[in-house]
Write a protein that binds this ligand. Structure first.
Ligand code: MRU
Length: 369
């Protein structure tokens, strides 16, 4: 199951706001539609919004080229890149993918012919008209295809490294959705769980609902039930009793941005789980590709935290449940301090404290961007 497919001249996504009750596919034919889908959470998850933005830039290049390619294209792509980055501020993968696409455009403006997409079957390279894409568009479609392929490989590698940390029989608690629906495929936290199952381990999962958007109840539960992995849904507030009663062996979550010191932004409520894990003596793992590590930020207080509209909290399933007139604060991410993180499982290996050294080492010793 793939949350996003490049169809040659458009991006096809599964509308995650409709899952699990309906499987509705949406087609984005221009970058504005991609930006809207990200903003409205029709697709979400740090690596997936980065991938979608990458294809958004390819669509912008195609639009520009089909209207008569001229020297203004790089400025136009910069402008589109800024708009795409502004859709959701917390996950660094979005800015990372946009910057990578803009760098590809600068390297090869209008001369992308000869760039080959890794997997022609999955990511066919055609222009908007259905004919062969022209230079820059072709180069950008290829670059987005590489981002997709690399993310898929990264998730498999995260799974391989992470499953070694899972005991032969394990109950694993996860939060929000860090699965195939949040990535190009397989998932990060759910990738660790899938890889442990594939290695013959007996795993069962406790999935939190993840209020207010219910990514756990709607998406993680859906993915795991489809995969035949035993999963028990709990409310976010039940995590305390569930962990304290000894039912959980380890916690594994995804991440939206990891600062250089290991402080980790992830779905709101993650910090609570890390505190519970520490208080009850179980490991707390973060699983993420290296594109989620932001070595340019010294610590987590510098990570921008997205706040979303109040109806997400005051309403349930489209109906108001909270008293009229109440004030709402709706931060949708929080930051877990590095000292509560047992290890960060990346595609390049497992980073342990002190994270400043281990994360920098995994990135090849240099700032990532
Ligand atoms: O608001 P969302 O649904 O985009 O938040 C998603 C998360 O917090 C995930 O845990 C994170 O993006 C990692 S996805 C591999």
């Amino acid at each position: 199951m793939r949350a996003l497919e490049w169809m040659g001249d458009r991006v096809r996504i599964i509308d995650q706001t409709k899952l699990p009750l309906e499987e509705v596919f949406l087609e984005c034919r221009n970058w504005e539609a991609v930006a809207g889908a990200i903003r409205e959470m029709k697709l979400r998850g740090a690596p997936l919004i980065g991938l979608a933005a990458a294809y958004g830039l390819a669509l912008a290049a195609a639009e520009h080229e089909s209207s008569g390619f001229d020297a203004g294209v790089l400025e136009y792509l910069d402008e589109v890149g800024r708009a795409l980055k502004a859709t959701r501020p917390t996950a660094v993968n979005l800015a990372w993918a946009v910057d990578r696409m803009l760098a590809a455009a600068r390297r090869d403006p209008g001369t992308g012919a000869g760039e080959v997409v890794q997997d022609e079957g999955r990511f066919p390279t055609r222009g908007l008209s259905g004919g062969p894409a022209r230079g820059l568009t072709r180069a950008l479609i290829a670059e987005a295809g590489r981002i997709a392929g690399e993310d898929a490989a990264a998730n498999r590698a995260i799974g391989a490294h992470g499953q070694e940390l899972v005991p032969p029989r394990a109950a694993i608690l996860t939060h929000c959705n860090a699965g195939a629906l949040a990535t190009s495929e397989f998932g990060t936290a759910l990738g660790v769980i899938r890889a442990a199952r594939d290695a013959g381990k007996e795993v069962r999962v406790y999935a939190t609902e993840a209020r207010p958007f219910l990514q756990g109840a709607r998406l993680t539960a859906w993915e795991l039930v489809r995969d035949g992995i035993p999963v028990t849904l709990i409310t976010d507030s039940a995590a305390g009793i569930v962990i304290r009663s000894g039912r959980v062996d380890l916690v594994v979550v995804g991440a939206d941005r990891i600062a250089a010191n290991g402080d980790t932004a992830n779905k709101v409520g993650t910090y609570n789980l890390a505190v519970l894990a520490r208080a009850n003596g179980i490991p707390f793992y973060v699983a993420a590709p290296r594109s989620t590590i932001d070595l340019s930020l010294a610590e987590g207080t510098l990570i921008p935290i997205e706040e979303r509209p109040s109806p997400e909290v005051t309403h349930f399933s489209g109906r108001r449940v909270a008293a009229e007139g109440v004030e709402v604060f709706n931060p949708v991410f929080d930051v877990t301090p590095a000292d509560l993180v047992t290890a960060v499982i990346t595609d390049a290996g497992v980073a342990r404290p002190p994270f400043r050294e281990s994360l920098t080492g995994l990135q090849g010793g240099d700032a990532w961007r």
